[in-house]
Unconditional design. Sequence first.
Length: 204
Amino acid sequence: MNTASQSTFQHSTAMRPKGQKTKSTYFWLTEDDVTEFSGKLHDALPSLSWRCSHPSPDHLVVHHFDSVSDALRCGASPFVSQAFVEFEFSVLQFLFFQPKTLSHVIDNYAPGYRYPPTINMVECGRMAIRWNTQDGDELAQAELATQLKLIWKVFQQTTLPAKVQATAGYAVSGFRIGKHMLEKVKTESLYLKANGPFCVLSES
């Protein structure tokens, strides 16, 4: 292996440690959608302990709750809040955004799209976790896998695949949307922000 190839290989392995795994999903939800997911998840996994996490003037304040919706409400800003579940060797994050108003949008993703002078939009939230399969023993790994499978199953049951397209005209896939958010987008012409581009509901 030459020096350049060896350097590339070492960099690649350093970027992806052996056994590292991630699981994530991006979504648009209203508070009612979160409440529905939260309630059904609590029924399925009542032992989960969620925590908030927000700064105070002198230290990090953490409170514990039985549900994700309660954790999100604690100390939430008008725009974004987050909640966490601590497992034996990893932490799951649930990030949630509130709609906000923007004026005179400049969109480098779709320079030809004409936005109204003022729009209402909501950024996509995220549920994500990263862990390493070499941490703990087989029993702990199996328990984590079972819990994550159930969390994502409940989330799939309480949300829908988002059928959206970027304002530049191309389809955007892989996102979920809550039933209440779907109706909100339809009735309020709400724009959906998807990790960069603004999106609207697909016509088909």
